[in-house]
Design a protein around this ligand. Structure first.
Ligand code: ADP
Ligand code: TPW
Ligand code: MG
Length: 576
């Protein structure tokens, strides 16, 4: 404890919060200071906590969420009351949707005034508002309850299905002190915050029996599998079983994307053809067409295919959410996959070679086609020629983190840029939300010290662009590549009235690179793959904050990238 933590033999609430965080190994706070938490940020820094201060709370919250995904410990976001809290709330809700553990701690106004709605400074019933948007919400009114409050928040965030937790700390709390000895004793070091959940042996047997009978088995790895940090168990399972697998976007790299069992390059074939599909930490939500429709070989957009499903998930209520799950296996992925590896035994037969052979054939064909497309060098540069450069850079720097958002900028990157290491890809997740870019990039750099490359649509970048100042201020090894096609999806939209730009258009040739220069970072315009490669190589070797403004053909994208069909106009056309 520092000298400051005590006045005589008392400890104040600021220091109780700080000590409680430290006691639980929570060593980083992502924040934006103001009343009533300014001193908490200062004193946390003085006490050796890493305090990263942002320009908008949403990005501090996104950083906390990414910290949670990468480390398995709840990321901490600290905000002021009402508006600061609300700015952070989107990231809390998004973290919960993504099953990332984080704790949003917000200062709040005086309870007595808030509850009588008498108009306090930044008055808001924050606890009530947060509750439906996160896993759990708690308020601490007394200094002696800080230990319990934080312990409950930690357990709620990381046990079972991880998610966001809100912790409300009213201003009045910070005026309280406790005798130092009693205060320290009131803090809780949480033992086993995310306990193992061992699957039932009969559930494992049911699943293994189903896999044994399969002629065309497929494993789908989701971001839950990446989060679980059971990398070697999963690798053993995939390789021992011989089953082809598909990684969801944030599970890319759990096994290297160039693994010979990866079926990514034959995705539509395997989804439609598989007879037994094993989901590992992946939900059958919109990203997997709810397990139904033509994607899955169904006769119509509403009908299911012939697949039977195994679902490995920590949430017992996830199974049957979209269609019948023949073999649910409830438990943590590490324990479940360990049980599978044991249950497979020595005499496991690998899937029939006509299945793996057919996949290999399609993969070869598609990979050859892709290589031809990537080798082209059109002028202006398009998504493919630019992303071919990033693909090579990640190949040369497999430990680098890739942050990715946008529409076309997202979809093309996901399919073109291979990942080689677990948890190296951070993206828009379950909601397909824009704005995670700079927050995720800061957290990846701050928690790992590795190079971060953020591939951003020009629209996507705008949501968090001001945080380039944060990146420069902390001198983080982040290289932002803005895929600048002058707009949302494309820059070529036309306003039929001709009196203003169309809603999806931006200023043409915008100099995003100058934003980075404004704060002392490196800003570069890249018009060709060669210029892009040179700038990327320099960013990676210098580790300087860099923004590369990659000028992309404004005709190159498609409406909404790969999810054009979700646009109501497209759906209307289909039913008409
Ligand atoms: P993706 O978008 O990659 O398909 P989802 O976010 O839909 O992945 O699914 C992640 C799933 O992983 C959630 O259903 C969640 O309950 C589950 N999950 C998260 N962590 C674990 C874990 N440690 N063990 C088992 N399941 C987990
Ligand atoms: C919080 C809707 C989805 S994708 C996108 C928007 C606005 C931007 C696409 O343009 P960008 O990419 O980034 O330039 P590209 O390569 O296709 O040109 N608000 C939020 N989240 C979402 N998803 C949207 C709006 C959207
Ligand atoms: Mg764009």
């Amino acid at each position: 404890m520092t000298a400051e933590t005590q006045t005589g033999d008392t400890i104040d609430a600021f220091h109780l919060v700080i000590e409680a965080l430290k006691l639980n190994g929570l060593d980083t706070i992502y924040t934006l200071p103001g009343i009533p938490i300014t001193d908490l940020t200062r004193q946390a820094q003085a006490a050796g906590v890493k305090v990263i201060s942002f320009r908008h709370e949403q990005h501090a919250g996104n950083a906390a969420a990414a910290h949670g995904f990468l480390t398995g410990k709840p990321g901490i976001c600290l905000t002021v009351s009402a508006p600061g809290f609300l700015n952070g709330l989107t990231s809390l809700a998004n973290a919960t949707t993504n099953c990332f553990p984080m704790i949003l701690i917000s200062g709040s106004s005086e309870r007595e005034i808030v509850d009588l709605q008498q108009g306090d400074y930044e008055e808001m019933d924050q606890l009530a508002i947060a509750k439906p948007l996160c896993k759990a919400a708690f308020r601490v009114l007394h200094a002696e309850d800080i230990g319990v409050g934080l312990a409950r928040a930690i357990r709620s965030a990381v046990s079972g299905r991880p998610g966001g937790v809100y912790l409300d700390l009213p201003a009045k709390l910070f005026t309280q002190s406790l005798p130092a000895e009693a205060g320290r004793k009131s803090l809780i070091k949480v033992v086993d915050p995310a306990p193992k959940q061992i699957p039932a042996p009969e559930a494992v047997k049911r699943a293994i029996d189903l896999l044994k009978g399969a002629k065309k088995p497929l494993v789908i790895l989701g971001k839950g599998a990446a989060y679980a940090q059971a990398d070697s168990e999963i690798k053993t399972f995939i390789e021992k079983s011989g089953i082809p697998y598909l990684p969801m976007s944030m599970a890319k790299g759990l096994l290297p994307d160039n693994h010979n069992q990866s079926a990514s390059a034959a995705r539509s074939y395997v989804l439609a053809e598989a007879d037994v599909v094993m989901l590992v930490g992946a939900r059958l939500n919109w990203l997997l067409s709810h397990g139904k429709g033509k994607t899955w070989g169904g006769a119509s957009s509403k009908e299911a295919g012939k697949q039977q499903f195994i679902q490995v998930d920590i949430s017992p209520t996830e199974a049957d959410s979209n269609l019948a799950i023949a073999a649910p296996v409830v438990g943590d992925i590490g324990s479940c996959i360990t049980a599978f590896n044991q249950a497979m035994g020595a005499g496991w037969s690998k899937p029939p070679s006509d299945w793996t052979g057919a996949i290999a054939e399609r993969k070869d064909k598609n990979l050859t086609k892709m290589a031809e497309t990537l080798a082209k060098n059109p002028s202006p540069m398009n998504f493919h020629s630019a992303l071919n450069v990033i693909r090579n850079t990640i190949k040369e720097n497999p430990k680098a983190y890739l942050v990715n958002e946008g529409a076309n900028a997202l979809d093309f990157t996901r399919s073109i840029v291979d990942m080689y290491e677990p948890r190296r890809r951070l993206d828009v997740g379950t909601w397909g939300i824009m704005g995670i870019g700079m927050g995720f990039a800061v957290a990846a750099a701050a928690t790992t010290g590795e190079q971060v490359i953020a591939v951003e649509g020009d629209s996507a970048f705008g949501f968090s662009g001001m945080e380039v100042e944060t990146i420069c201020r902390y001198n983080l090894p982040v290289c932002v590549v803005v895929m600048n096609n002058n707009g949302i999806y494309k820059g070529t939209d036309v306003n039929p009235r001709g009196d203003a730009m169309a809603p999806t258009q931006f200023v043409k040739g915008a100099r995003y690179d100058q934003m980075m220069q404004a704060f002392g970072g490196v800003g570069v315009v890249a018009n060709t793959p060669e210029e892009l490669k040179k700038a990327l190589d320099e960013a990676v070797s210098s580790r300087k904050p860099t923004l590369i403004n990659a000028m992309i053909d404004e005709n190159a994208g498609t409406e909404s990238g790969r999810i054009t069909s979700l646009n109501p106009s497209a759906a209307k056309k289909k039913t008409a």
